[in-house]
Design a protein around this ligand. Structure first.
Ligand SMILES: Nc1ncnc2c1ncn2[C@@H]1O[C@H](COP(=O)(O)OP(=O)(O)OP(=O)(O)O)[C@@H](O)[C@H]1O
Ligand SMILES: [Mg+2]
Length: 454
C-alpha cells in the first residue's frame, strides 16, 4: 500500500460530511485535520503545513467562495477542492473559473475522491517544481563563488517551509537582497514583502511601526495605525538589524512569534497573523547574548535556520562579475559609454580590502562612472575612487602613512623643495628628514621651482 503521508485539511461544519471524507481519506493513508469554521481552519494551516484544503464552502463565518478567496490570499499555492451535495455543472464550472482546483459532487465514492485529491496535489507539486527551477527569483544575486551557491541552494530549500530564518553578514554583503530572494522563491511570493530596520528608531516608535496602534493610544495618535506585521499578512517580514532591537521590545516580539498574534499599542484586541519572519543582523548574536543585550529565548525563535553570507573579501571571485554588471547598469542610468575595465583597473578592484562589501563596491563603480572621461575604466580612476572612498576607514598604520606623505608634500611645496627649511619647520634633524623623504619616495627636486616635475 502506498503511504502518501500528505496532510489534508477538511473545513466544514457538516459533521457527517467531514466524518465520511475523513474516513475515506484515512483509508487511503492521507492524514486529515478537521476544522468547523474559517478561524479554526486558518489556525490549523498556520500551525502546520497541509498539502490541500477541502471545503463545502458553506461555513457559518464565511459563505460561498469567500472562504476560497481567504485561503487563496493567505496561501496562494495551496490546492483547494470544493465538495458539495448534489452540485450542478454550472456551479462546478464557475468554481473552476474562479481558480478552485477541483469540484466534487457529494455523495461520491472513495476512489473518486482520492483520485481527485491526488491529482490536485501532483499537479501543484509539478507547477511548483517548475517555478522553482526557474531562476528569476535570484536574478539580482551575481555570484561565481561555490560558497555563495551553496548558501543560495540552502536558502531555496528553507524558503519552501515557513521556518524562521536568521541572515548574518557584515554590512553591505547582501542580507536584504537574499531575504527578498527567499520571499520570491517561497510559496508566499504573491504576498507582500515588508522590511523594517529595527535599529533605526526609538523603542516606542518601533513598537507602533511593528504592531500598529489604536486611535488615541498616545498623544498624537489621531488615527488608528496598521502595523507592519499586519501589512505583511500572507507574506514575509524582514526584521533587519534585529541585533539592535531594544530589549523590552524583544520580549514583545518573542510573544508575537510564540502566539502568532499581535496586539496594537493601546488596544486590547489580539489579531492573528500569518507572516513568515526573516531576521538579519551584522552583529554576532551569540556575543550579544553573552553581554545580555539579546535575549536567548528570542535568539532560538528567530534562528531556526541560520544563513551566513561571506564578506566580499572572502569571495573575491565575485568582484569582476559584480563590478562588470554594475558598470553596465550604471552606464545606462547615467547615459555614459564605458566598454569595460582595463585589466590593471580590474586587478585593483579585485585586490582592494572592501570593508563595506558589495555596497561599497557599488559606490566605487558609481563614482567611476560619474567621473569617467575615458571610454574604458582606467587603473588611475579606480585608484582615485578607492582612495577617496577608503580613506576614512583606513587602518591606523595606513592612515598615518598617508598623513605623513601629505604633510611632507605640503612642507616641500611651501619651501619649494628646500630640505633645511622644511626640516626646521617640522622640528626634525636634516638626516631624519631625509630618511622620511626616502621612506615616502619623495625627492626635493620634485618641488624645486623650474623643475620639470614642479
Ligand atoms: N551578489 C550580489 N550581486 C549583485 N548585487 C548585490 C549582491 N549582493 C549585494 N548586492 C547589492 O549591494 C547592495 C547592498 O545589499 P543589501 O542591502 O542587501 O546588503 P545588506 O547586507 O542588507 O547591507 P546593510 O548592512 O547596508 O543593510 C544592494 O544594492 C544589493 O542589491
Ligand atoms: Mg540591510
Amino acid at each position: 500500500m502506498v503511504d502518501y503521508k500528505y496532510k489534508i485539511l477538511i473545513v466544514t461544519n457538516e459533521s457527517r460530511l467531514a466524518a465520511e471524507i475523513k474516513s475515506q481519506l484515512n483509508e487511503a493513508h492521507y492524514q486529515v485535520s478537521l476544522a468547523k469554521n474559517v478561524t479554526e481552519g486558518l489556525a490549523l494551516l498556520a500551525k502546520e503545513s497541509h498539502a490541500l484544503v477541502i471545503s463545502n464552502c458553506q461555513l457559518p463565518d464565511l459563505n460561498d467562495f469567500q472562504f476560497f478567496d481567504v485561503i487563496q490570499h493567505h496561501y496562494p499555492a495551496l490546492p483547494f477542492v470544493i465538495i458539495k451535495a448534489e452540485a450542478t455543472i454550472a456551479e462546478a464550472v464557475s468554481a473552476i473559473r474562479k481558480g478552485v482546483t477541483d469540484f466534487l459532487s457529494y455523495p461520491t465514492d472513495r476512489a473518486f475522491v482520492c483520485n481527485t485529491i491526488q491529482q490536485a496535489i501532483d499537479e501543484n507539486t509539478r507547477t511548483h517544481a517548475k517555478k522553482t527551477k526557474d531562476s528569476s527569483w535570484r536574478e539580482g544575486i551575481f555570484t561565481r563563488s561555490t560558497q555563495m551557491e551553496h548558501l543560495i541552494s540552502q536558502a531555496k530549500l528553507v524558503a519552501e517551509t515557513d521556518a524562521s530564518i536568521l541572515i548574518q553578514g557584515d554590512s553591505g554583503t547582501g542580507k536584504e537582497l537574499l531575504a527578498h530572494a527567499i520571499h520570491q522563491v517561497s510559496p508566499r511570493k504573491n504576498g507582500p514583502f515588508v522590511a523594517i530596520n529595527c535599529g533605526a528608531m526609538p523603542e516606542a516608535l518601533l513598537e507602533s511601526e511593528l504592531f500598529g496602534h489604536a486611535k488615541g493610544a498616545f498623544t498624537g495618535a489621531v488615527n488608528a495605525h496598521k502595523g507592519l506585521f499586519q501589512s505583511a499578512e500572507g507574506g514575509t517580514i524582514l526584521l533587519d538589524e534585529i541585533g539592535d532591537m531594544p530589549t523590552l521590545l524583544q520580549v514583545k516580539l518573542l510573544r508575537v512569534l510564540q502566539e502568532r498574534t499581535i496586539r496594537p499599542v493601546g488596544s486590547n484586541e489580539s489579531i492573528p497573523i500569518n507572516v513568515r519572519v526573516i531576521s538579519a543582523t551584522h552583529r554576532n548574536l551569540i556575543e550579544e547574548m553573552k553581554e545580555k543585550r539579546f535575549r536567548e529565548d528570542l535568539y532560538y525563535r528567530v534562528n531556526v535556520v541560520c544563513l551566513s553570507i561571506p564578506s566580499l573579501a572572502e569571495r573575491r571571485e565575485d568582484i569582476p562579475l559584480i563590478a562588470s554588471n554594475l558598470l553596465q547598469t550604471l552606464c545606462k542610468r547615467y547615459k555614459r559609454k564605458l566598454s569595460g575595465f582595463a585589466p590593471e583597473a580590474m586587478q585593483l578592484l579585485t585586490t582592494a580590502p572592501w570593508p563595506g562589501n558589495v555596497r561599497q563596491l557599488q559606490n566605487i563603480v558609481e563614482q567611476i562612472v560619474v567621473l569617467a572621461t575615458t571610454p574604458i575604466v582606467t587603473a588611475a580612476s579606480v585608484q582615485k575612487a578607492l582612495h577617496d572612498d577608503i580613506a576614512p576607514v583606513m587602518p591606523f598604520d595606513a592612515a598615518r602613512k598617508a598623513f605623513e606623505r601629505d604633510y611632507l608634500i605640503n612642507l616641500l611645496t611651501m619651501t619649494s623643495g628646500n630640505v633645511a627649511q622644511s626640516a626646521h619647520l617640522a622640528q626634525r634633524h636634516r638626516t631624519e628628514f631625509y630618511k622620511l623623504l626616502d621612506r615616502h619616495e619623495l625627492t626635493p627636486a620634485m618641488f624645486k621651482e623650474n623643475s620639470e616635475n614642479a
